[in-house]
Ligand binder design. Structure first.
Ligand SMILES: C[C@@H](O)[C@H](N)C(=O)N[C@H]1[C@@H](O)[C@H](n2cnc3c(N)ncnc32)O[C@@H]1CO
Length: 147
């Protein structure tokens, strides 16, 4: 799993078109979304993560919590993003991992939104620009090599 974490004044998206034959079913309300004062986390779930998705969820949540604590962000935007890796996990595994990350972050007390999975989306992002505002993390199941 590769993550790009951007501490932002806001992130807003609008669903445009389907990018998969079977994208995640969404309500009309989910076609647009916005959070202010947010840690935006762009996430590519990788093939290597299929060996142990549960462990990758735990490791990703730990990294996100760590960065959120450092930048004092209380809101997280989980954003499916297929462009951080050249070796992507298959969509059904990726969606499950991202749904579990969202769920666990909510359990930790964060306000969380997750952008819809399997779509082309327009988005606007306002990066805060401080020294910790742009970070990347990579997590893999134990025993696997980070590519
Ligand atoms: C396209 C671009 O504008 C948009 N932002 C996009 O990336 N859409 C991706 C993700 O929502 C999702 N998706 C599929 N596989 C994965 C994966 N392994 N990890 C994360 N997302 C995935 O399916 C879409 C097409 O790959």
């Amino acid at each position: 799993m590769r993550m790009l974490l951007i501490h932002s004044d806001y992130l807003e998206y609008e669903v445009k078109d389907r990018a998969l034959k079977n994208p995640e079913p969404i309500s009309e309300e989910q076609r647009k979304g916005r959070l202010d004062e947010v840690l935006a986390v762009f996430m590519s779930v990788e093939k290597v993560d299929e060996a142990n998705p549960e462990e990758v969820v735990e490791k990703a949540v730990k990294e996100i919590k760590d960065v959120a604590g450092q930048v004092k962000a209380e809101k997280i935007f989980v954003y499916p993003f297929a462009h951080l890796s050249s070796d992507l996990a298959k969509p059904d595994v990726a969606l499950e991992v991202l749904q579990k990350v969202e769920e666990k972050l909510k359990e930790e007390g964060f306000e969380v939104k997750r952008a819809p999975f399997g779509y082309y989306k327009a988005f606007k992002l306002s990066c805060k620009g401080h020294p910790l505002a742009e970070l990347s993390r990579s997590v893999v199941p134990s025993g696997e090599a980070v590519s």
